[in-house]
Design a protein around this ligand. Sequence first.
Ligand SMILES: *[C@@H]1O[C@H](CO)[C@@H](O)[C@H](O)[C@H]1NC(C)=O
Length: 315
Amino acid sequence: MTVKNLTGVSEFLLLGLPIESEQQNLFYALFLAMYLTTILGNVLIIILIRLDSHLHTPMYLFLSNLSFSDLCFSSVTMPKLLQNMQSQIPSIPYAGCLTQMYFFLFFADLESFLLVAMAYDRYVAICFPLHYTTIMSSHRCFSLVALSWVLTTFHAMLHTLLMARLYFCADNMIPHFFCDMSALLKLACSDTRVNELVIFITGGLILAIPFLLIIMSYVRIVSSILKVPSVRGIRKAFSTCGSHLSVVSLFYGTVIGLYLCPSADNSTVKDTVMAMMYTVVTPMLNPFIYSLRNRDMKGALGRVFCKKKVFFSLW
Ligand SMILES: *[C@@H]1O[C@H](CO)[C@@H](O)[C@H](O)[C@H]1NC(C)=O
């Protein structure tokens, strides 16, 4: 015990999902299928946008970034979850746990910043259609993406360094399927007040500011449509903003549901199910939301594959 107390824990056990052992295989197959769908859907979007020059517009470049972020976000947790479901001892080394936490925060934030950039893009497109190409220059788009990366690196690094200061002495069982920050804080032996304060402040800022910016863009969009109501304007707004709005509601809906609705004390089941929603379901649905209802994406799919057919028939 004394040795353990001196060195601290070197690995954590991820207790995973509250699944009965006879259903383990069923859920394993389900999660594997969902993960593969996420990878395929998002890779397809990135490839389509890269290959089709009609889609080299700010909106689709942001979408491609969002797909990349979704892809990485679910790859932070899913492979480890799948591996742990098959192994007897679902352990993760201390450094692995902090790394997972870092990338989890990184891609979650990145997603939220990209949604803001996309809202801004729609706001400019609908409220200033004539100046769209000058305002959303490729330089400006690149700066928006770069700024998102810088902010999200800073935020994820801050929490990871604060977590690395903490001392873990006895309990190493995480009742979750990934190294969740709040689950880790509950296990720490040292004082976690500074961490909690920083989480409270930055968490509020990082959730509230993007959310408010998105709401503001949409208020402007709606008021500009109402000023000159026309069937064509409304249809255009719906067709270009509908997908973005669905993704925003899916993302913020689950996050708000998780953090604002008070759960019964220690309701880990609810927490893990909600975490499952935004780590697995949201990244999986994003590509479908964007491609199924979107004429540009369908057109691109046709063009890219038909070009290939022409190309092959020339051979
Ligand atoms: C992300 O957006 C930037 C700026 O618009 C663009 O240059 C870049 O190609 C995009 N990245 C991906 C992976 O699509």
